[in-house]
Write a protein that binds this ligand. Structure first.
Ligand SMILES: Cc1ncc(COP(=O)(O)O)c(C=O)c1O
Length: 446
């Protein structure tokens, strides 16, 4: 079929609100997708956005059943099980934002760095963002596209290697810029400065880069004084002030950022809007994000970068654990072979209560248990959950949304084994890609 025929067909499918339109759109080449977007009216674009979101939602619902089926089989636990097909669904949504705005999107390695799925992700995204040397190197060697590095403070020992692996380096202070800016400039690495945008809506201080006395991002008062001296070598500005948020929050942050830094934006190459954009969440307003990016680009003539982490792998992985024992106190406590402390540390840090498939809140279903980990930490408790049937030793529990910030943060405290890492590829085959044991524990001690 010719490209023109395919375009006609997809426009017809969009007008008919046919959900197949989303798959048809994703299957086109970048050039043909642009032609489709140019042909569509504003209403047509809105419909396409809706169809893409609905299509993704449907795929996730089907895959959730697959997680349960795999858990019911003979899978060894504990295991982080990543569904590559679901990450690809998220990638398609991110690619759609790129198509509509021409912005660049970099996956934040800090949230997820299981490089077994990087070849697929690299087909959709422009590269990775790194927090320092090791992530920059992983992005460079495994994702094999652009690498954009921000670290709160770099060292003499690592700077040359960071520059070798990075396309841009973002400094957190004018002191660091003075230390390493010349080396970056000589290596042809673009230079950015992280600024404090002066506004955030993150309610947990632990996750708020704009909390009082934050070390993350130069404040406006210092920026105004120092920037003119260094203007000649600065390619871009970076801010990061969001955490699991929607585009209305970005709109308010941009208002504050523009108010503080407007005189300095024109003439730069790019502005990096950081991470924390929950673009692939069902209720995320993609239309508003697209409008904000396009307006900003037009107003200042700069490229816009986004560096989400969670959005790449949102809901695309689970942690499967087995019940080892059930002990009795005033309540029944189920001890499982996964630990909140070592395998899902944000549960304790944030804190939050992860979802377990087919469970309810305490007392919502007939049988309530405290679910707790095997470590010596008294507080290694995941939470209170209820089930239709009594739990038995050997039962498997499926914790949802565990691809993000769990694998990268896991530890071997108490000598507890790290969970296996397994990937479900297209076709449903489960591939165990990593198993850990005594060696990993021992190596990290001395
Ligand atoms: C500088 C920076 N960029 C990107 C991210 C990724 O954020 P998220 O995974 O919430 O999208 C973070 C998260 O802390 C960050 O600090």
């Amino acid at each position: 079929m010719t490209a023109d025929k395919r375009i006609e067909e997809i426009i017809r499918a969009i007008s008919a609100k046919d959900t197949n339109a989303a798959d048809m759109y994703h299957a086109l080449s970048g050039e043909t997708r642009q032609k489709v977007l140019k042909t569509l009216s504003a209403d047509g674009l809105k419909t396409l956005t809706k169809l893409i979101k609905e299509n993704k939602k449907k795929r996730f619902a089907v895959a959730n059943k697959r997680f349960l089926e795999i858990a019911a089989g003979d899978v060894t636990t504990p295991v982080y099980l990543i569904d590559e097909t679901l990450i690809e669904e998220n990638m398609r949504v991110l690619q759609y934002v790129k198509d509509r705005t021409g912005c660049k999107i970099f996956h934040a390695l800090k949230s997820y760095a299981s490089f077994a799925t990087f070849p697929m992700m690299a087909r959709y995204l422009d590269g990775t963002c790194a927090s320092g040397l090791n992530e920059a190197r992983l992005g460079y060697e495994e994702f094999k596209k652009e690498v954009h590095t921000f670290g709160a403070a770099y060292t003499d020992k690592e700077i040359a290697e960071i520059l070798r692996c990075s396309n841009s380096i973002i400094f957190n202070s004018f002191y660091q810029l003075e230390q390493y800016g010349k080396a970056a400039w000589k290596s042809g690495v673009q230079i950015g400065l992280r600024v404090n945008p002066g506004y955030a809506e993150v309610t947990t201080d632990m996750y708020n880069p704009c909390s009082p006395n934050s070390r993350l991002g130069i404040i406006q008062e210092i920026f105004n004084k120092e920037f003119p001296k260094h203007k000649g070598i600065i390619d871009g500005l970076h801010f990061h002030a969001m955490c699991e948020q929607n585009s209305d929050v970005l709109e308010r942050i941009l208002k504050s950022f523009e108010k503080l830094y407007r005189p300095y934006i024109k003439g730069l190459k790019w502005v990096n809007f950081g991470g924390g954009h929950h673009i692939t969440r069902d209720d995320y307003d993609i239309g508003l994000l697209i409008r904000l990016v396009n307006t900003f680009k037009k107003k200042y003539g700069v490229q816009v970068y986004l560096e989400p982490g969670e959005a790449s792998v949102l809901n695309a992985g689970v942690l499967i654990a087995s019940v080892l024992d059930i002990v009795q106190n005033e309540a029944e406590v189920a001890i499982i072979d996964a630990s909140a402390e070592t395998h899902m540390p944000d549960v304790l840090l944030m804190p939050y209560r992860p979802n377990i498939m087919e469970s309810g809140q305490a007392n919502e279903k007939k049988h309530t248990y405290i679910i707790a980990g095997p470590s010596c930490l008294a507080g290694d408790v995941v939470g209170d959950y209820s089930f239709d049937e009594p739990l038995k030793r050997g039962d498997k529990l499926v914790f949802t949304d565990m691809a993000l910030y769990s694998i990268v943060k896991s530890t071997t405290f108490n000598g507890i084994n790290l969970p296996d890492i397994a990937v479900v590829r297209d076709g449903g085959e489960v591939e165990v890609i990593k198993q850990f044991g005594y060696k990993e524990y021992r190596n990290r001690q001395s």
